[in-house]
Ligand binder design. Structure first.
Ligand SMILES: Cc1cc2nc3c(=O)[nH]c(=O)nc-3n(C[C@H](O)[C@H](O)[C@H](O)COP(=O)(O)O)c2cc1C
Length: 289
C-alpha cells in the first residue's frame, strides 16, 4: 500500500486507481495550464507533467489532483466510491467527530536532502508554468502551503496562497484580505517587524487540503490534516525561520516578507528534480510591493 500521507505515495495511489495521466514535453508557457483547465472541466484525471524543454529530466509538475470526490476521498479518509450527497454526508459526519491529531516532531527529513544556502537560492532551476495568458508571471506556488506565525498569538497557520516568481531569490505571495497569513503579516508590519515565512510545495495531500480550507483560527492545520489522514503529520523546524514544515514536502523555501515580496534566505528539496503542485485556479496578477 502506498503511503497516502506523502505526495509521492498519493501519486502511486492515483495511478493504481486509473486516475492519473502522464504527459511529457509539454510547454510550461500556457500549455500545462490549458491542459489542466481542460482536464478539470471534463472531470478528467490528475495530470503528471515531466521532461520539460531546457530542464534536466526528472522535474515533475502535478495538477488537477483534487478535482473529483474519487480523487479527494483517499486524502480525506472518505471512501472514494462515494459521490455527491453521499460524499457530503460522510464529510459532515467526519467533521462533527473532529479530534486534533498532534504532529510528530522529527529531526531532519527528506526535504533536507538537498539545500541551497542564501547566496545559492535560484528559483529558475525549477520549471514553473505560466498558467494563464493574463497572469503577471509564472506561479511556483498554486497548491502550496504558506506557513506563518501570528506575531501576537504565536499561532502557526498554513494557507494556500499563490506564489509568483519575481526574481531568482524573490517571490510575491497573494494573501487576500482577511486570510490568516495576511492578518499575521499586517500585525508584523504594524509592529515594524518583517514576517518570517516558509513555503512548501508537494506537501502531503491532507496538509494541502487543510491549507486550502477556511478553518477557524484556533484549529491548527497540521492537527486537522493528521485527523484527515488518520496519522500525525511529521513536522520539522525549518532553517532560518524556525517555522514548522512537513518533513516529507518536496520543496521548502524560507524567507522574510517585508512588503508584498518575500526575500528567500534558504531553499530545501527532497530530490533536485522533483516539484509538485496542484490545481491552479488563478487568473490574477501579482505586483511587487
Ligand atoms: C489552488 C488554490 C489557490 C488559492 N490561491 C489563493 C490566493 O492566491 N490567495 C488567497 O488569499 N487565497 C487563495 N486560495 C484560498 C485559500 O487557500 C483559502 O481561503 C484558505 O482557507 C486560506 O487559509 P487561511 O484561512 O488560513 O487564511 C487558494 C486556494 C486554492 C485551492
Amino acid at each position: 500500500m502506498p503511503d497516502i500521507t506523502d505526495m509521492r505515495g498519493y501519486i502511486e495511489t492515483l495511478e493504481a486507481m486509473g486516475e492519473l495521466r502522464r504527459l511529457e514535453g509539454v510547454d510550461l508557457n500556457l500549455e500545462v495550464g490549458a491542459l489542466t483547465e481542460r482536464a478539470a472541466e471534463q472531470e478528467g484525471p490528475a495530470l503528471l507533467f515531466s521532461n520539460f524543454k531546457n530542464y534536466p529530466a526528472g522535474f515533475r509538475v502535478i495538477s488537477n489532483v483534487f478535482r473529483t470526490c474519487k480523487r479527494t476521498g483517499p486524502a480525506m479518509g472518505i471512501p472514494s466510491e462515494l459521490n455527491g450527497i453521499d460524499y457530503l454526508y460522510a464529510w459532515r459526519k467526519k467533521l462533527a467527530a473532529y479530534k486534533p491529531v498532534p504532529v510528530e516532531q522529527v529531526e531532519g527529513g527528506p526535504v533536507f536532502e538537498n539545500q541551497m544556502a542564501e547566496n545559492e537560492v535560484d528559483l529558475y532551476k525549477f520549471p514553473t508554468p505560466s498558467w494563464h495568458d493574463l497572469d503577471g508571471g509564472p506561479y511556483i506556488g498554486t497548491g502550496c502551503g504558506v506557513i506563518t506565525k501570528d506575531p501576537e498569538s504565536g499561532k502557526i497557520n498554513i494557507g494556500t496562497y499563490r506564489v509568483m516568481v519575481q526574481d531568482k531569490n524573490k517571490v510575491s505571495v497573494k494573501m487576500n484580505m482577511g486570510k490568516h497569513g495576511r492578518l499575521a503579516f499586517e500585525r508584523a508590519r504594524d509592529a515594524g517587524t518583517p514576517l518570517p515565512v516558509a513555503i512548501t510545495l508537494g506537501q502531503g495531500p491532507a496538509v494541502f487540503l487543510a491549507a486550502q480550507m477556511p478553518l477557524p483560527p484556533d484549529v491548527n492545520e497540521y492537527e486537522f490534516a493528521g485527523y484527515l489522514q488518520g496519522a500525525p503529520v511529521p513536522v520539522v523546524r525549518g532553517a532560518v525561520t524556525g517555522l514548522p514544515i512537513p518533513a516529507n514536502a518536496e520543496i521548502a523555501e524560507f524567507g522574510v516578507r517585508s512588503c508584498n515580496t518575500i526575500l528567500l534566505k534558504n531553499l530545501h528539496s527532497k530530490n533536485w528534480g522533483k516539484i509538485f503542485r496542484s490545481q491552479k485556479l488563478c487568473n490574477a496578477r501579482s505586483e511587487l510591493g
